[in-house]
Design a protein around this ligand. Structure first.
Ligand code: SF4
Ligand code: SF4
Length: 442
């Protein structure tokens, strides 16, 4: 692809977070974390129904062995991240602030692999067999939502899908795990993208990458056509990697209000999920590890780590050399859409893209003041909502008004709160209203 003639795509709205923190870790190749003595695999880590444990205290397991089986269609298998003994189902801090059950495995230090799946010649395999493998391997969306991948790749027959998009935008500040994955495993990403395309019967396959990752654009671009994949170069703009914005930027289509990507003929997945797809199909491996960015100004050696699912966050921070000073805030994910954590013992899950430690100075909670009607939140909202008015309605418990004004279309991207000079807790308001409206509908 000729760089000078390459079109740079984007969506309307959004923001440009200043000082994105990516240089802290973008130059760090993916390092494989040492084996730990204990892993705690959260059972309810996929969106949908949690799987049912198939092991009990005292059982000996091998790496890749099934430890919890999907309970229904919208559920995902879980596999052992190493060999050892199951000590039981324990309560661990969950990423959403409440304790959750996890299968605890005491490692035996051998890391002995159990039976894996036979490799599939995906170019000649039936799509149904590929889909069954993805389900068996326990794949979920690794960009954040943790929606079971086999469900995403099974749209209802009435939804005609003609475009498959892989999100390599990684527009969240600080995070570089996807960037490194594209640089270091480009073939895996492309192969996983092509396999997913075969399952959906779609030949329009894109990997969308922001133009600040010129090296990834170049590396993936070299081999993309061999896999029938096109590289879409995207403007650096937040939240470029959000599904609806990605679809709009690449295809020009708009997902209707209250709709899903499939309503615009698209399926969107993350590049990490693409790599895991290739692992499952070509190498027969269940999903037991992922690349995670461990970063922040107070981390001694920020970098990207291949961490096993069930690794306590505190241990991942130790792999990165620990901290230079007491951190002010721990966030799982990026600073815009990630979730602040109370505990350093929260385990890494299949959708943990980043472990971010902010210094005390950046973690200060500003006292909000009244809205000054500057309109910045309206300009910055990628969904063309009016966050200031929505917030007023929600503060007055007028959830009906918030619903009429499309609060359910809010992406919780944080752009409005980021630009608000009054430091209003706009995202918290949106989250509260969405939860309340969902509750009232039940
Ligand atoms: S209202 Fe929602 S979608 Fe709009 S900027 Fe705020 S968080 Fe993002
Ligand atoms: S950005 Fe903040 S102060 Fe400005 S209009 Fe929106 S809510 Fe009000």
């Amino acid at each position: 692809m000729n760089k000078s003639s390459r079109e740079v795509l984007t969506f309307e709205g959004g923001i440009h977070p200043s000082g994105d923190g990516k240089t802290l870790s973008s130059g760090s190749p993916i390092a494989v974390a040492p084996l730990l003595s204990k892993y705690q695999v959260v059972i309810s880590e996929n969106a949908g129904k949690p799987p049912k444990p198939v092991v009990k205290a005292g059982d000996l397991v091998k790496k890749y062995q099934l430890i919890a089986a999907a309970d229904g269609f919208v559920s995902a298998n879980l596999h052992a991240p190493t060999s050892g003994k199951v000590t039981g189902i324990v309560e661990v801090p969950g990423s959403m602030g409440i304790p959750v059950p996890a299968i605890e495995i005491e490692a035996d230090g051998q890391d002995e692999a159990g039976e894996t799946f036979p490799p599939i010649d995906w170019r000649n395999a039936a799509p149904a067999d590929l889909l069954a493998r993805i389900a068996a391997a326990g794949l979920v969306g690794m960009g954040g939502a943790a929606f079971p991948t086999h469900v995403k790749l099974s749209p209802p027959p009435e939804k005609k899908i003609d475009t498959l998009i892989f999100n390599g935008a990684e527009c969240e500040p600080y995070l570089t795990a996807d960037h490194r994955l594209m640089l270091e495993a480009p073939e895996q990403v492309l192969e996983g993208a092509a396999i997913s395309g075969r399952i959906l019967g779609v030949s329009n396959i894109y990997v969308g990458i922001e133009e600040n990752k010129a090296d990834a654009i170049e590396i993936l671009g070299r081999r993309a056509s061999e896999y029938g994949v096109k590289i879409a170069v995207l403007k650096v703009q937040y939240p470029q990697g959000s599904e609806k914005q990605l679809i709009n930027a690449i295809t020009g289509r708009k997902v209707p209000a209250g709709g899903l990507p499939m309503d615009a003929g698209c399926v969107v997945q993350n590049v990490g999920t693409a790599a895991a797809t290739a692992d499952a199909v070509v190498r027969g491996l269940p999903l037991v590890e992922r690349v995670v960015t461990v970063t922040g100004e107070v981390v001694k050696k920020p970098g990207n780590w291949k961490l096993r699912i069930g690794t306590p966050v505190i241990r991942a921070i130790e792999f990165a050399g620990g901290v230079t000073e007491e951190p002010g805030k721990l966030i799982l994910g990026g600073p815009m859409m990630g979730f602040a954590q109370k505990s350093f013992d929260v385990p890494v899950c299949k959708n943990t893209s980043g472990i971010l430690l902010l210094p005390v100075s950046e973690a200060l909670n500003y006292d909000p003041v009244g809205c000054i009607r500057c309109g910045r939140c309206v300009q910055g909202c990628p969904m063309h909502l009016t966050p200031c008015l929505l917030a007023s309605a929600i503060e007055g418990e007028r959830f009906d008004l918030a619903a009429q004004n499309h609060v359910m279309d809010c992406l919780e991207c944080g752009s409005c709160a980021y630009v608000c000079p009054a430091h209003r807790p706009l995202v918290q308001h949106m989250r509260r209203a969405k939860a309340e409206i969902r509750k009232r509908k039940k």
